[in-house]
Ligand binder design. Structure first.
Ligand SMILES: CC(C)(COP(=O)(O)OP(=O)(O)OC[C@H]1O[C@@H](n2cnc3c(N)ncnc32)[C@H](O)[C@@H]1OP(=O)(O)O)[C@@H](O)C(=O)NCCC(=O)NCCS
Length: 176
């Protein structure tokens, strides 16, 4: 049986981002595989280009990937100011491997990484998976409210970072 390997990437995931590196720093076409994983199993992150993914990785202080042999089967990332606030984004496990504890491994690994561990509060947005996060100690944030400002990121002024959906991690147009 092929075991599942978890990688805690350096901030910005330079190996994965620039060279598609996977386990043991081997070239693994990781960025293409990440694109496919998100397209298939993360409805909020469909259609992101590899250029966009590079930019998202570059801006992420914590990045985790899960590999079964050469297959990328899980992913998660976080942004953080390293002191007060961190936010988890794009936590996903391949459909055929869900329900085996892999999502928990991804989240626990993100929470253990220095940039996230040092933050006083860790936030996330989710549409269907609140129960999953409750199991790991996350609580509903009420009375805090989640607000959103929709931007026209298709305009030329916005540059190459435009995103296919309004936010991340399970965020449909207006109601996460
Ligand atoms: C949500 C997701 C990451 C969970 O990963 P997973 O590998 O299936 O979850 P795990 O097997 O680690 O589950 C851990 C626990 O959470 C529970 N759980 C998993 N998904 C859940 C859900 N959607 N709602 C409530 N509980 C859930 C499991 O039953 C398990 O409980 P147990 O420890 O008592 O058995 C995965 O289902 C997924 O990728 N879904 C599609 C993308 C998505 O919605 N991601 C979340 C974006 S915010």
């Amino acid at each position: 049986m092929v075991s599942i390997r978890l990688i805690q990437h350096a901030p910005g995931a330079p190996g994965l981002r620039c060279f598609g590196l996977g386990p043991d720093l081997r070239p693994s076409r990781g960025l293409l595989k990440l694109q496919n994983l998100l397209n298939k199993h993360a409805f909020w992150a469909r259609g992101r280009s590899r250029r966009q993914l590079r930019r998202l990785l570059a801006g992420s202080e914590a990045v985790v990937s899960l590999w079964r042999g050469k297959r990328l089967v899980g992913f998660g990332r976080a942004t953080s100011d390293g002191l007060c606030r961190a936010v988890l984004w794009d936590v996903v496990v391949a459909g055929d491997l869900q329900g085996r504890g892999l999502g928990r491994r991804v989240v626990e690994a993100l929470l253990a990484m220095p940039a996230v561990r040092s933050a006083e509060r860790v936030y996330l947005m989710t549409t269907n998976s609140a129960g999953f996060y409750h199991q790991m100690g996350f609580a509903d944030a009420a009375p805090q409210a989640l607000l959103v400002k929709l931007r026209d990121t298709a305009s030329p002024d916005s540059g190459p970072g435009q995103c296919c959906s309004t936010a991340s991690c399970g965020d449909p147009p207006l109601r996460p």
